[in-house]
Ligand binder design. Sequence first.
Ligand SMILES: Cc1cc2nc3c(=O)[nH]c(=O)nc-3n(C[C@H](O)[C@H](O)[C@H](O)COP(=O)(O)O)c2cc1C
Length: 196
Amino acid sequence: MTNRLPKGRGAQSDGADTNASHQPVRQVTPGATTLIVYFSRSGNTEAQARTAAQYLGADSYELVVAHPYPVDYRASVDRATRERENREWPALLTADLPDLSQYQLILLGHPIWAMTPANPMRQFLEQFGNQLAGKRLASFATNAGYGAGDTQQVLARLTPASTVVLPNYSIQDVHLERTVSAFKRWLDQTKGESSL
Ligand SMILES: Cc1cc2nc3c(=O)[nH]c(=O)nc-3n(C[C@H](O)[C@H](O)[C@H](O)COP(=O)(O)O)c2cc1C
């Protein structure tokens, strides 16, 4: 992740998603039962994912697209729109995806793009949704002020054999830092047995 604070509408990517200055995050621990799978173009969702991993003591896996989105926000929106309209979701580099059978709870983190989960998370769900069968799931998102859109419905539709245990937690990018305690309260609920 870059030093620049990425939050806010129109946030720039560093041109290599958030990975220009470090390897993609892949933290796998023997015995861990919670995994956070996330995508972040400009760092906001990565900040949330880091908070979640530290707070829960969970493993983490960052989704990386084969072809990074452009640095420029508008150019990224244009590409994302084309992909969505053509339903040509971006290829992911998942050769090092952890063995999902280890985990009971999987948290999915992603930005909201066009009022739905960002295209790389959509691709993950299309490709690996079946492998989440029998697991407890919940998702968190960051957005620029327009909410989570149809995230909950997309998650339920693409993971029919999983149990979605909580409503999506979606927060506006500029409020990330001041809402950490609310996010932690949501994370607390992921540990419980309650289901929707
Ligand atoms: C292609 C694209 C589409 C977006 N569409 C929306 C949207 O529909 N609603 C919204 O509130 N924010 C939208 N945003 C803003 C991002 O959701 C928001 O800035 C988010 O925090 C970025 O997360 P990241 O830094 O983890 O990539 C969009 C951003 C991009 C790049």
